[in-house]
Design a protein around this ligand. Structure first.
Ligand SMILES: *Cc1c(COP(=O)(O)O)cnc(C)c1O
Length: 399
């Protein structure tokens, strides 16, 4: 089908949630490349919004999916499931968590984390400790509880009354946080680097103090690693770079390399609160999704991709910082590893994203920030080529 034909069907039959999409459709992906229906070839520097960590059609992932599909796709959680048990083990061996529960998306993982925090306090005999503090401009998902957790009105305004008990404090404002804490505080939910709102990291010093207050008052620290997790920021999990260990953290996006899966990961003392039938999911921990997750870990290990994310990420950030010195349109370069944001003057981010698209690069943009989230397999040469393309665009805008 041509893109125009697909668009016509979409416009007639799909709900309008994604509005006017970028007018392109793809027929094949290979590595960092996506092949469009009309013959154009794009370099994917968005990776399905931080999902395709291995790029497209990675042999380890593709083979694992085929192998699992030929064995069995799904059985119920009534039974023991080998890839599910192995993926849980893998995450525990590589993180501060002791136990894992799988769902199907980031929002669902965060729902699970919120439920776990609440039941933890409930089972300790503190059901009145139900309030959850999150950050202004955070993003935690689109379900009813996670839009309540998300500190942005635009996602929640039409859906009131929201799940009660959520409050929001500005990022990196310790005093505001201290003022928000009360005897009712159950948990704090934070991203180490806010993605959706434009790549804004928490200060290390701030989050360490938040952590100390949490420990002192038996408040659970939930870190949303849905976007930052799985090597995106140059370490397997972003919290490793902030000198803290979350009580609960969540994963999704890159965990299945493109196959939908989410995870709630927790330390034993918190995880222990979920007893039989306290939480569940039909598809969660599905054999196909877990086989994909295991393949992602296998590729990470065989190809040193977390290290590659750190190395190529800091290389590209240096190059972007050099551009920032030359072009006053760039106001700031933020981020770690291959989660980078370039803040631009005025409302230019959308224009630049558009120009990059015309130059056959896929990226993302908020109102002010260009978001760069390539697959973790990119090379320094790929980064060079991207930065040169971006510079040519900025040069033209300067004239
Ligand atoms: C994308 C994202 C989510 C939501 O994940 P879905 O899979 O879309 O539900 C939650 N938190 C963060 C930090 C995200 O980036």
């Amino acid at each position: 089908m041509t893109t125009a034909e697909i668009k016509a069907l979409d416009k007639q039959y799909y709900m309008k949630t994604f509005g006017d999409r970028i007018p392109v459709s793809f027929t094949k992906g290979e590595g960092i490349h996506l092949y469009a229906e009309n013959g154009d070839v794009y370099k994917d520097f968005l990776a399905g919004i931080a999902v395709n960590a291995l790029g497209h059609n990675h042999p380890i992932l593709t083979e694992a999916i085929i192998k699992q599909a030929k064995s069995y796709l799904h059985v119920s959680n009534y039974y023991y499931i080998e890839p599910q048990a192995l993926l849980a083990e893998k995450i525990v061996q590589n993180s501060c968590a002791d136990r894992v529960f799988f769902g199907n998306s980031g929002a669902e993982a965060n729902e699970g984390a919120i439920k776990l925090a609440k039941i933890y306090q409930y089972k300790k005999g503190n059901p009145e400790k139900y309030e959850i503090i999150s950050l202004v401009n955070s993003f935690h998902g689109r379900t009813l509880a996670t839009v309540a957790a998300t500190g942005q009105e635009k996602f929640s305004a039409p859906y009131h009354p929201l799940t009660p008990g959520f409050s929001y404090v500005p990022i990196n404002d310790l005093e505001a946080f201290q003022n928000a804490v009360s005897d009712k505080t159950c948990a704090v939910m934070v991203e180490m680097i806010q993605g959706e709102s434009g790549v804004h990291p928490v200060d290390k010093d701030y989050i360490r103090k938040v952590y100390d207050i949490c420990k002192e008052k038996d408040i659970l620290l939930i870190v949303d690693e849905v976007q930052t997790g799985m090597g995106r920021t140059g370490t397997l999990f972003a919290y490793e770079q902030f000198g803290i260990e979350p009580d609960i953290f969540t994963l999704a996006k890159a965990l299945g390399g493109g196959v939908p899966i989410g995870a709630v990961c927790a330390k034993e003392f918190a995880a222990d609160a979920f007893g039989p039938s306290d939480h569940g999911s039909t598809f969660g921990g599905n054999p196909l999704a877990c086989a994909a997750g295991l393949a992602v870990f296998e590729a990470f290990e065989k190809e040193n991709l977390v290290e590659n994310s750190r190395r190529v990420g800091s290389y590209m950030k240096e190059k972007l910082l050099t551009l920032a010195e030359k072009y006053s349109m760039i106001k700031e370069v933020r981020g770690k590893g291959l989660m980078l944001g370039v803040e631009l003057e005025g409302n230019m981010a959308g224009d630049i994203k558009h120009d990059l698209f015309d130059a056959k690069y896929l990226t993302g943009a908020t109102a002010t920030t260009l978001r760069i989230l390539p697959p973790l397999i990119i090379t320094e040469a790929d980064a060079d080529e991207f930065v040169t393309t971006l510079e040519n665009i900025l040069k033209e805008k300067t004239i």
